[in-house]
Design a protein around this ligand. Structure first.
Ligand SMILES: Cc1cc2nc3c(=O)[nH]c(=O)nc-3n(C[C@H](O)[C@H](O)[C@H](O)COP(=O)(O)O)c2cc1C
Length: 367
């Protein structure tokens, strides 16, 4: 049996062993943006998970652009050195290619870690002033952000460029910008969170202006051969929010600005937005974006079973799939999926004697 999921993918200068990515997952465990032993262990483990690409969690471009006090950053030399230790470790012991997601939290920043409540930080917990396109909170119990000035935009754009320079220096195989889940760049794109009445608000074209300026500034310093992409929203799932039509327009604009790929996610623009509960709920959005924008497309969201992932690729609905929670449950998800699909997967030499052949027919639960 030949598996589409386990077929290699080459694009924009990178060669991936298969179509599986470990989706970026915040660990809320950094020290002033610096990766530590948690990240060494977590990412080291997932570098041998069977995924062709391991994407490092949302890594914030300025200190005030973190979501929580525990979020990863690339805004200082100390951050860069700490992440270098983790990247070098993953390269030494792992087989996956390494990507990084660069982000700014916007109005969802200054928050508690999820296990502390996931709301705005309270007085006494060292909260900070957040920024957004408009002075509107993310939800009822959230702090009101300050509407960004053009000086703020210039500073944030420069921070994205500087963090990207650091990511390039660290040798990441792919770089992606976070334009989804309600964080700063997405909050400019969506009319739910962007109520500006200057040249950065109003029409979709105006709402895209700041995010596209960041994309262009970043593109200018990423060498060809390092794929640059974005995680985008296929739908805000809210009245008045971004629609699949808008998502196609955004993907086309990103491609025109020089991006090499998109990862189609959705939701998160406001506290009341709810994602559909169906398996693979972003797949139809990704399929349409891939077809109409003609850009290498990954998708994510309730993709759990190997045969489900296989069908998405085999049917041409996406070029890659990303999985998040499934990899937390089963850090060898890719190895198990290979058994189910009759494919092979790269393992480190120490684990060459792993023995899928000893348990033929023992396909992963759910196929
Ligand atoms: C613990 C955790 C942390 C996450 N952190 C990020 C992140 O840093 N960046 C991002 O774009 N999405 C993040 N997400 C969302 C996932 O990448 C993914 O899009 C979402 O969980 C849906 O995929 P799944 O159904 O495979 O879990 C996170 C999800 C989880 C569970």
């Amino acid at each position: 049996m030949t598996s589409a999921l386990f077929s290699p993918l080459a694009f924009a200068g990178v060669n991936l062993d298969n179509r599986i990515a470990v989706s970026p997952m915040c660990q809320y465990s950094a020290d002033d943006g610096c990766a530590n032993d948690w990240h060494l262990t977590h990412l080291g483990m997932l570098a041998n998970s069977g995924a062709g690409l391991l994407v490092v969690e949302a890594t914030h471009v300025e200190r005030l652009g973190r979501i929580t006090h525990g979020c990863l950053g690339l805004y200082s030399d100390a951050n860069e050195a700490a992440l270098k230790r983790v990247v070098d470790h993953c390269r030494r012991i792992g087989v996956a290619k390494l990507g990084i997601q660069l982000a700014h939290s916007g109005r969802k920043g200054s928050a508690q870690r999820p296990w502390e409540g996931g709301q705005s930080l309270k007085t006494g917990a060292d909260p900070w002033e957040t920024i957004a396109p408009s002075a509107m909170p993310f939800g009822p119990d959230w702090a009101i952000p300050r509407a960004m000035t053009e000086e703020d935009m210039a500073r944030v754009s420069a921070a994205f460029v500087e963090a990207t320079r650091r990511a390039v220096r660290l040798g990441f195989d792919t770089i992606e910008l976070h334009l989804a889940h309600g964080y700063l760049l997405h909050s400019f794109l969506s009319a739910v969170s962007n109520k500006r009445n200057d040249g950065y608000g109003g029409t979709l074209e105006n709402r895209m202006r700041f995010p596209l300026s960041v994309v262009s500034a970043v593109r200018a310093i990423v060498p060809k051969g390092v794929p640059l992409g974005a995680r985008i929203t296929g739908s805000d799932w809210m009245d008045g929010g971004l629609t699949p039509d808008d998502a196609v327009a955004v993907a086309k604009a990103l491609k025109a600005a020089g991006l090499d790929f998109v990862c189609v996610s959705s939701g998160g623009v406001a506290a009341e937005a709810r994602n559909p509960p169906q398996a693979g709920y972003n797949v139809p959005l990704a399929e349409r974006i891939r077809r109409e924008a003609g850009i290498t497309t990954r998708t994510v969201g309730l993709i759990v079973a190997p045969k489900q992932a296989e069908a998405i690729i085999a049917e041409g609905k996406a070029d890659m799939v990303a999985l998040a929670r499934a990899f937390l449950d089963e850090p060898h998800w890719g190895w198990q999926a290979a058994v189910t699909l009759g494919a092979d997967v790269k393992r480190p030499p120490q684990y060459q004697r792993a023995a899928p052949a000893l348990w033929p027919g023992k396909a992963m639960a759910g196929g």
